[in-house]
Design a protein around this ligand. Sequence first.
Ligand SMILES: O=C1O[C@H](COP(=O)(O)O)[C@@H](O)[C@H](O)[C@H]1O
Length: 245
Amino acid sequence: MTTETLVFDSKQELLTTAAARFVDLVTRAQAERGVASVVLTGGSNGIGILSTLAADSGSIDWSRVDIYWGDDRFVPADDPERNSGQAREALLDKVPVDPGRVFPMAPSDGPFGDDIDAAAADYAAILAGRSSDGVAPHFDLHLLGMGGEGHINSLFPHRPATLETEKSVVAVEDSPKPPPRRITLTLPVVNRARSVWFLVAGADKAEAVAAAHAGADPADWPCAGAHGTEETLWFLDDAAAGKLD
Ligand SMILES: O=C1O[C@H](COP(=O)(O)O)[C@@H](O)[C@H](O)[C@H]1O
């Protein structure tokens, strides 16, 4: 497993390079396995890479990409806070994805109504059903944004979701960052991905970046607990890299 950290002069340069490498990774996975599987994330850079890909997604055959989410906000489907809605607007409505290969988490006005535990269990069942071992796929790529306190997906410091070792998907009822109700993949499932990429910009993230690079306890800094089985790649701007040695 390799870990690499790339530092860029600007956020746009970071996103342009990440998008180009996304095209390479997906194209290679499709050549090797027929279908590529990617886990999208929300937040500024999680959506930023999708907007960059909308402008140029090179040789990707979008009809052969399985698309999952690392987390989403448990709000109505048309709420602008939905990570999946933002991803559709930024990219998925603009490229020829196969709707049968796009797997959003259920919203609060979906088939499970307000039952967030049922919605989380449904996503776990979707992942299990698409896996070779009844747990979850070995995704080709899991994209991650990160909060200043080191949260990834909806895994916040010292919360039960972050410490979960059995379940693949859990409900979060009290996210410190609004909105409070979310559904998230857990660290054991994030860590099934061949490649885990962090897309991080801004000085407010520098302490968390440094903690993860120093091997901090994931309970304190959840970002420190995410690793790809083949590759962990940090895309940072200068400010986010500001506290690295
Ligand atoms: O709440 C969330 O935040 C993170 C990071 O967002 P950012 O705007 O600070 O980059 C995001 O990756 C996650 O999916 C989202 O739900």
